[in-house]
Design a protein around this ligand. Structure first.
Ligand code: ATP
Length: 252
C-alpha cells in the first residue's frame, strides 16, 4: 500500500502540498484530479521520490521512500512524469527496453525482451518500434514513455497526465490498457487526469486536490455531482446520464 502521512511541500513561504494524509487503494485505478496548480504532480513526485518532502512521510509497502534504496523502490513503483525530455537519439524499442533496467541491469534476458515486445504490442507501437523518439509525434512519444513505464512491471504504476497529446481513439485505448493492468494483472494504477469523464468512466476511486489539500475522495458516482464539482473547480458543471454513466458537460 502507498500511504502519505502529513506530507507537505513548500517553495519559499508557499505551501503547495499542505499536510496531506491518505492511503491509496492497493489495487485498481485511482485518478487524481483538480485545478491547475492544486499540487497533483508535486504529490505524485514526492510519492515516487522524484522530489524531496518538506515534511511528513511516504510509505510504500511499509518502506519509507526517503530511506529505501533506489533499485528496491524501482522494482515496486514506476512513474511517468509530465515532462519527458528526450536527451539522446533512442528508438522506441530502446526506450521501452530501459524500463527493464531495474530487472536486467542493462543485460536484457529473453524474459526482459518478451516484456518489451508485450509492452510495444499493448500500446500499439510495433509499427514504429524502430523509429527514433525525436522523429515521433507528441502522442506517439507519449505512448512510448507509457510502454516504458509498464515494462518496468511494478505493482505500483504512477502516471502524470498519460493522456497528454493523445487523440480520442488512443486516449480510450490507453485507459483500457491501464484498466487491463489493474484488472488482469492486479496492479495499483494511479493517474493524474484533467478530463473528468475519463476519470469517472475508467477509475475505481477518485481523489481531488485543491489548494494543496485533498478536497474529495470517493467513487466516480460520488464525484460526479454538480455541488461536489463546483466545490473542487469553482464553476458550474452539468451532469448528464448517458448509457448509465454520469458525464460532465461544461461547455456553457
Ligand atoms: N520548482 C518550483 N518552484 C516554485 N513553485 C513551484 C515549483 N514547482 C511547482 N510549483 C508550484 O507548486 C504548485 C503546485 O504545482 P503542481 O505542478 O503540483 O500542480 P498540479 O496540480 O499538478 O497542476 P497542473 O494541473 O497545472 O499540472 C503550483 O502553484 C506551482 O506553481
Amino acid at each position: 500500500m502507498i500511504e502519505a502521512r502529513n506530507v507537505s511541500r513548500r517553495y519559499g513561504d508557499t505551501l503547495v502540498v499542505d499536510d496531506v494524509t491518505l492511503k491509496l487503494p492497493e489495487r485498481g485505478v485511482t485518478s487524481i484530479i483538480g485545478p491547475n496548480g492544486a499540487g497533483k504532480s508535486t504529490l505524485l513526485s514526492m510519492v515516487s521520490r522524484l522530489l524531496p518532502l518538506s515534511s511528513g512521510t511516504v510509505l510504500v509497502d511499509g518502506m519509507d521512500v526517503a530511506r529505501t534504496p533506489g533499485d528496491a523502490l524501482a522494482r515496486r513503483l514506476a512513474i511517468l512524469r509530465q515532462d519527458n525530455a528526450v536527451t539522446s537519439r533512442l528508438t522506441v524499442r530502446d526506450l521501452v527496453t530501459f524500463g527493464r533496467y531495474p530487472h536486467s541491469k542493462g543485460r536484457p534476458t529473453v524474459e526482459d525482451r518478451a516484456f518489451v515486445e508485450g509492452a510495444l504490442h499493448h500500446l500499439g507501437l510495433e509499427p514504429i518500434a524502430h523509429r527514433f523518439l525525436d522523429e515521433l509525434s507528441g502522442g506517439q512519444r507519449q505512448r512510448a514513455f507509457v510502454a516504458m513505464v509498464l515494462c518496468q512491471d511494478t505493482h505500483y504504476v504512477l502516471l502524470d497526465e498519460p493522456l497528454n497529446s493523445l487523440d480520442m481513439k488512443h486516449a480510450v485505448a490507453m485507459m483500457k490498457e491501464l484498466r487491463r493492468a489493474a484488472d488482469t494483472l492486479g496492479r495499483c494504477v494511479v493517474l493524474v487526469l484533467h478530463d473528468l469523464n475519463y476519470a469517472s468512466c475508467y477509475s475505481d476511486h477518485v481523489i481531488a486536490m485543491r489548494g494543496g489539500r485533498v478536497a474529495f475522495q470517493g467513487t466516480p458516482d460520488e464525484l460526479m455531482r454538480p455541488d461536489v464539482l463546483r466545490d473542487i473547480y469553482g464553476m458550474d458543471i452539468g451532469i448528464h446520464l448517458v448509457e448509465g454513466k454520469r458525464i460532465a458537460v461544461h461547455y456553457r
